[in-house]
Design a protein around this ligand. Structure first.
Ligand SMILES: Cc1cc2nc3c(=O)[nH]c(=O)nc-3n(C[C@H](O)[C@H](O)[C@H](O)COP(=O)(O)OP(=O)(O)OC[C@H]3O[C@@H](n4cnc5c(N)ncnc54)[C@H](O)[C@@H]3O)c2cc1C
Length: 284
């Protein structure tokens, strides 16, 4: 590469909410901009397109599934308001998931079009730094590209964590990176964690009629107003979400019938307990 000559004024690593906003704004101000975005598949193999966490495995699919759950509640209430709704009302996860996933795919496409319209070059490559003005990008197939820019913005977001010290956690568990892309219903689910991601996932799963348990080590929504947090968990419990408080999982084993047997420690009594679930979702 010629010394001092850069391919772009601005190179953004990460095509999520932050990276895309930054790239589009800079392009609008006349900069020559490129975005590189690459999604490392989840340990379960789930992968998705341009747009980052919010679009693919966060805010957007989450809100659509909350909406599905809320509609279920409204349908159950409807007869009391005079609507003649045939009971029981059943929910088809497969149908919902297909619609959510198709909608997300349309957003992936929309983001690509928006970049193109603003003349922002998009590369589907995984970036690493070569020096302060240069990155090396690698495609899924292993092809390498060097790109240089006056300025490089890092907007790489974050990914869910697995408690890898727990036997079977990585092998049998899923995270929010997978739940929205499941083709089949997760069934009876244990959500481990007390983050907003944990509570929101447990909330919509309960709302869809699934047997859902939240296991938390200490307090819900650490860092949030605790009076509000209690209102949230009390409301969820009243809607059917089970809570295992002051408990921590120690092992996940797969039974011959495919169910997951979870062993946990009750930190209050010191006793070991067990339960069987179809899905274990880590949101720690
Ligand atoms: C279940 C869930 C629900 C949520 N709900 C809400 C909500 O309701 N409201 C809200 O405000 N926020 C919500 N969030 C949070 C929100 O999704 C994130 O704060 C936001 O997406 C972060 O944007 P970002 O641009 O920083 O990162 P991301 O959107 O994560 O984008 C980073 C991108 O960079 C890519 N990348 C990483 N490393 C490299 C590399 N080396 N080379 C190339 N590409 C790379 C990643 O694959 C990714 O595509 C939710 C999150 C989750 C998980």
């Amino acid at each position: 590469m010629e010394a001092g000559r850069q391919d772009y004024n601005l190179l953004v690593i990460g095509g999520g909410s932050g990276g895309l906003a930054c790239a589009k704004e800079a392009a609008q101000l006349g900069m020559k901009v490129a975005v590189v975005d690459y999604v490392e598949p989840s340990p379960r193999g789930t992968r998705w397109g341009l747009g980052g966490t919010c679009v693919n495995v966060g805010c957007i699919p989450k809100k659509l599934i909350h909406q599905a759950a809320l509609l279920g509640g409204m349908i159950r209430d409807a007869p009391h308001y005079g609507w003649d709704v045939a009971q029981p009302v059943l929910h088809d996860w497969r149908k919902m998931a297909e619609a959510v996933q198709n909608y997300v795919k349309s957003l992936n496409w929309g983001h690509r079009v928006q970049l193109q319209d603003r003349k922002v070059k998009y590369f589907n490559i995984k970036a690493s730094f070569v020096n302060e003005h240069t990155i090396c990008g690698v495609t899924k197939g292993g092809k390498e590209t060097l790109l240089s820019a006056e300025h490089i913005v890092i907007a790489t977001g974050g990914r869910p964590r697995y408690p890898t010290h727990i036997e079977g956690a990585l092998e049998y568990g899923i995270t929010s990176d997978d739940i929205f892309w499941l083709k089949e219903s997760p069934g009876k689910t244990l959500v481990v964690g007390a983050s907003y991601v944990a509570l929101e996932c447990a909330g919509f799963l309960t709302g869809l009629g699934l047997d859902t348990t939240v296991m938390m080590r200490s307090i819900p929504l650490r860092g949030f107003d605790q009076q509000m947090s209690s209102l949230v968990t009390e409301y969820m419990a009243s809607q059917g979400t089970r809570f295992l408080k002051h408990c921590t999982p120690s092992r996940v084993q797969k039974l011959p019938d495919g169910q997951l047997q979870v062993t946990w420690e009750d930190l209050t009594s010191g006793r070991e307990n067990m339960g069987t679930f179809s899905t274990v979702l880590w949101a720690i």
